[in-house]
Write a protein that binds this ligand. Structure first.
Ligand code: NAP
Length: 259
């Protein structure tokens, strides 16, 4: 299916690797020009070059921390009239809430709730004026089924989800949609470091815990960043103009509810 977005411009935050990269690659494959960001310049440039070479689209690599005003300003300067915005940033660390002080909470809420809201605020009125916009927030399956040791993520991302639920209903009549993608376990560095953390706690090796986790998933495996990117590309497609305010869970069927 031609997704009808060739020649559009996407700003994909936190995209040098992992889920953000999966989204950037899938959009590039559809002929979308990109601005991608990450803090580490070297890996970001490498990813940008790989995408340019493979898909022959324009890719600007803007290094910076998207959770800071400077990082957001640089990203938005490179994509002043983005048609597509993919919000993403590193997730907060795991731990026990007894150890988290106010600053730890403020940092998590800043990164995983306030940053995407500020990015949306910067682009949404331009999208409305141009009568096309697709905004996708990478959140987490933890919004639907909280993960105890990821309390910072459970809390901050659920706040974002509540905000998006309201906003997304006000923009859709202008062909501007806002949706959330909720990853379950996907093969990324983030997942690998969470496995290490939990394995240590349980007195297992990361390989042993990986086997337990993949066996327990109805799909018998973790997801791939390509699968994730393809779902993102659909939500950004011309065809998805009637889909807004949705929380699309991708977890291999791990969430046990009927809905
Ligand atoms: P990842 O493989 O570690 O990749 C994270 C990417 O984001 C990297 O490109 C990283 O580059 C960039 N990044 C991180 N913090 C940034 C910041 N402050 N500003 C700009 N770029 C930043 O992680 P991932 O697994 O793709 O996870 C992406 C998001 O999905 C995270 O919020 C994670 O919590 C969430 N999530 C992931 C899973 C999973 O199974 N993988 C499940 C649920 C939720 P630099 O480090 O160079 O900045």
């Amino acid at each position: 299916m031609d997704l009808g977005i060739r020649g559009r411009t996407a700003l994909v935050c936190a995209a040098s690797k992992g889920l953000g990269k999966g989204c950037a690659v899938a959009l590039a494959r559809e002929g979308v020009n990109l601005v991608i960001t990450a803090r580490g310049k070297e890996e970001l440039e490498k990813t940008a070059e790989e995408i340019r070479r493979t898909y022959k689209v324009k890719v600007d690599a803007v290094s910076g921390d998207i959770t800071t005003p400077q990082g957001r300003e640089a990203a938005l300067k490179a994509a002043p009239a983005a048609d597509i915005l993919v919000n993403n940033a590193g997730g907060p660390p795991p731990g026990d809430f007894r150890e988290w002080d106010r600053d730890t909470w403020v940092k998590a809420v800043d990164a995983n709730m306030i940053t995407p809201i500020l990015m949306i605020r910067a682009v949404v009125d331009g999208m409305i004026a141009r009568k096309f916009g697709r905004i996708v927030n990478i959140t987490s399956g933890a919004v639907k089924a909280p993960i105890p040791e990821l309390g910072l993520s459970n809390g901050a991302r659920t706040g974002l989800t509540g905000f998006i639920a309201g906003l997304s209903r006000t923009t859709v009549r202008h062909n501007v949609t806002v949706n959330n993608l909720l990853p379950g376990p996907f093969e990324t560095d983030r997942l690998r470091s969470n496995l290490e953390f939990n394995a240590k706690k349980l007195g297992k090796t990361a390989a042993e815990l990986r086997k337990v986790r993949t066996d327990a998933n109805p799909a018998g495996r973790f997801g791939t960043i390509e699968e994730f990117g393809d779902a993102c590309a659909y939500l950004c497609s011309a065809q998805a103009g009637f889909v807004t305010g949705q929380n699309f869970l991708m977890d291999g069927g791990a969430y046990p509810g009927t809905f």
